[in-house]
Design a protein around this ligand. Structure first.
Ligand code: FAD
Length: 375
């Protein structure tokens, strides 16, 4: 194996200087999915994917939606999906690719994550064959822009305590999706303020008077032709955020909205026409965490995207620190580069070291995720 670093005499003053084998370091840092990452970077170097500063929030949102369509056409976005549905069964490679999208515009990465990593993935992992056949294609191709409606105003981390209900009505074989009070409004949902025409809505499943815990339902929310909410659905725009303004985050509420029984994503829990509940997992706690576990890719990819954001910031800061000169400290003629000042080193180098550590730790996380999801 090539050594990462070696020492050799500095040609100018004879002092030893570290030499880094940049090509090898890049090879190691890019990890197992280096070819996927390189291909993504090449694609995302195209200015059509880049963030344009100075756009209004509305313009930025529309630009990012257009970029999602470009990704569908050119971006190899279906890697994580099963081969028989047009994907590649490549879970780690898919996340590695999405993590790189941040280099073009973080809003694009998050909106892509909502569409494919959350909305389509929930249909894939929580649904069964009937849902895959009827609903997945629209989500995968972006024909149906979707939301993932889990968080509520009152409960974010504590998903088990959400208050939206899905009460089964055996008379009509429908679930009635309902938001009982303001704190149960779905909150901070990507795509919900404007673009989503459907949502995977998480709600407490109630049948025969018994609450069986949180389950997911496929719920159409807007008329795709007019963009207007369907009867019983209300929403609000979360408005300007501290960042990610190309994503239309919003709130949703449901007033006794009826969906057919078959639109319960029923991989881990089902309701028969007469209202009888069954599940392959007897323990409600285990069932809940199994369901949430299938959606962990969103969190894994955020870790990778955050690491990439830190890398980009440090490339700028370290390059600047290595080139910018201020004050002639020890010499009457030569000005000193910023990175020769101890204070500047103390600011940047620990963060640089931490980011290397993050990159290697994330690679291990991604490998573990890939192993679990590839069975
Ligand atoms: C940009 C963005 C996009 C989002 N998109 C979506 C989306 O598409 N769909 C969706 O459903 N949701 C979405 N969310 C919501 C997100 O999932 C929630 O913000 C998240 O689950 C945390 O919930 P919360 O904001 O209510 O924070 P809280 O749960 O109130 O937590 C507040 C703080 O307390 C800490 N905390 C909470 N419980 C504990 C504990 N037991 N021990 C220690 N610390 C604790 C948390 O870590 C956090 O720091 C989005 C959020 C953001 C910021």
């Amino acid at each position: 194996m090539t050594a990462l670093t070696e020492r050799r005499p500095d040609s100018r003053d004879g002092a030893p200087a570290a030499v880094v084998d940049v090509a090898h370091l890049e090879h190691v840092l890019l990890g197992r999915w280096r070819d996927v990452r390189r291909a993504a970077r090449e694609l995302l170097a195209d200015p059509r994917f880049h963030k344009v500063e100075g756009l209004s929030s509305a313009e930025h949102r529309e630009r990012v939606l257009e970029q999602l369509r470009l990704l569908v056409a050119e971006g190899d976005v279906l890697r994580a999906f099963p081969a028989e549905l047009g994907g590649a069964d490549d879970h780690g490679g898919s996340l590695a690719r999405f993590e790189e999208v941040l280099t073009a515009d973080p809003s694009l990465q998050i909106k892509a994550g909502v569409q494919w990593g959350l909305f389509a993935s929930a249909i894939l992992h929580l649904g069964t064959e009937d849902h895959h056949r009827r609903l997945l294609r629209g989500a995968m191709t972006l024909e149906v822009p979707g939301s993932f409606a889990m968080t509520e105003i009152g409960h974010g981390s504590d998903v088990a305590s959400i208050a939206t209900t899905a009460t089964y009505d055996p008379e009509t074989e429908e679930f009635v999706i309902h938001t009982p009070y303001r704190a149960a409004w779905k909150e901070y949902l990507g795509n919900a303020a404007k673009h989503a025409t459907a949502a995977v809505v998480f709600a407490q499943l109630v049948t025969k008077g018994v609450n069986h815990g949180v389950h997911a339902f496929y719920v159409p929310i807007r008329d795709p032709r007019t963009g207007e909410f369907l009867p019983g659905v209300t929403g609000e725009d979360d408005g300007l955020k501290g960042g990610l303004n190309g994503v239309d985050n919003g709130r949703l509420a449901f007033d006794h909205v009826r969906v057919p029984r078959r639109d319960l994503l029923n991989r881990y829990g089902d309701v028969a026409p007469d209202g009888t509940y069954t599940s392959p997992i007897a323990s409600p706690g285990r069932r809940f965490f199994t369901m949430l576990g299938t959606l962990v890719q969103g969190r894994v990819s955020l870790d990778g995207a955050a690491t990439n954001a830190a890398k980009l910031a440090l490339v700028i800061a370290v390059t600047y620190g290595n080139q910018r000169r201020q004050f002639t400290a020890a010499s009457p003629t030569d000005e000193v580069v910023l990175l020769d000042y101890a204070e500047h080193q103390r600011r940047l180098l620990p963060r640089l070291a931490q980011t290397y550590a993050h990159a290697f730790a994330h690679e291990r996380l991604l490998e573990a995720f890939h192993g679990v999801f590839s069975g």
